[in-house]
Design a protein around this ligand. Structure first.
Ligand code: TXA
Ligand code: MG
Length: 294
């Protein structure tokens, strides 16, 4: 079976496939997702198999309307609604307590669930037509850079899923910010385009960042990630630059890493100038890709 690429004007086959329990890759404003309906346990199981994702790494449920969050959690507090109002639809994922009706495999048996309302119109329409939250991790093989274009999805998953919906290049290019509300203090689990400072301003309180050595609060963060085949070397001084030099931006990082891998380069030298160093989300992905933080 070859994976068929669908235009966003032709979602019917994708909706039917999802209803049958098959997986569909679809565009979001951050990266492409690999979707399955939240209440179809067997389909959710396939996500872990096809991505080769460790079984202890929970997934994000994507919704198209705020009231769909009520299917996922019965404990939505004022902080949740404040964040939802300020940032949804958009690149923010909120972790709350999971409702017992939601299959535990969705969140790898954790009592919590991660929820996000994406901004991409195709993603929103797909979820609306399915009429059920859509569980989706990034549509890559576990450990590889996340896919920001159809060709990236196909590079990793062609033949293993029936459909990939074409939404062009993802505008943001790195994964959503993840904030957890299940601890006493809101906790930043993954930096992203929506920064800690912006979140603090909206919540009117400080957000905690887990310290090094603390048991991984976000299970996904303990794996090597976003890594191309080539070795990555981060360089902070201009005069140390030579070889295949990449000047990274969040929007193009994963695309650039994949492109360089296609050229089979052995080492990618990444120049981290002041602007890059100030971008917490970009630095987080770079350090992980270089294997310098786990
Ligand atoms: O931008 C995104 O978030 C993309 C698009 C497709 O929406 N999705 C994405 O999913 O990046 P994934 O599975 O690659 O990353 C999900 C992250 C992981 O670090 C995971 O550990 C964390 O969210 N996460 C999910 N559920 C969680 C939970 N219940 N508690 C703590 N962390 C959770
Ligand atoms: Mg991922």
């Amino acid at each position: 079976m070859k994976t068929q690429v669908l235009q966003s004007s032709d979602l019917n086959p994708a909706v039917l496939a999802l209803k049958r329990g098959e997986l569909v890759a679809f565009p979001t404003e951050t990266v492409y997702g690999l979707g399955a309906p939240v209440f179809q346990e067997n389909a959710v199981k396939k996500i872990f198999e096809i991505k080769k994702r460790p079984a202890d790494n929970p997934l994000i449920a994507h919704i198209a309307r705020l009231d769909q969050a009520l299917f996922l959690s019965e404990r939505l507090d004022g902080l949740f609604y404040r964040l939802a109002e300020a940032f949804w639809p958009g690149p923010l994922t909120i972790v709350v307590e999971r409702k017992k009706e939601v299959p535990p495999i969705v969140s790898a048996n954790y009592p919590s669930i991660a929820i996000r309302m994406p901004m991409h119109l195709t993603a929103l329409e797909l979820i609306t037509r399915l009429d059920e939250p859509l569980v989706a991790p990034s549509a890559n093989l576990s450990g590889k850079p996340s896919p920001t274009r159809v060709q990236d999805v196909l590079e990793d998953l062609d033949g293993n899923i029936p459909y990939c919906i074409d939404g062009g290049s993802c505008l943001i290019g790195i994964e959503s910010t993840v904030i957890s509300l299940i601890h006493k203090q809101p906790t930043l689990l993954r930096p992203g385009k929506i920064t800690k400072e912006i979140l603090e301003e909206v919540l009117g309180q400080e957000i905690r960042v887990p310290q090094k050595g603390e048991p991984a609060l976000s299970p996904g963060m303990k794996y090597r990630h976003y890594a191309p085949k080539a070795r990555i070397r981060l360089v902070f001084k201009k005069d140390e630059l030579k070889g295949n030099v990449l000047i990274p931006t969040a929007e193009l990082l994963y695309m650039n890493l994949r492109e360089m891998d296609r050229k089979d380069v052995e080492e990618i030298v990444v120049y981290c100038d002041e602007k890059v160093r100030k971008d917490a989300a970009l630095m987080n992905r770079l350090l992980r890709a270089a294997g310098q933080i786990l």
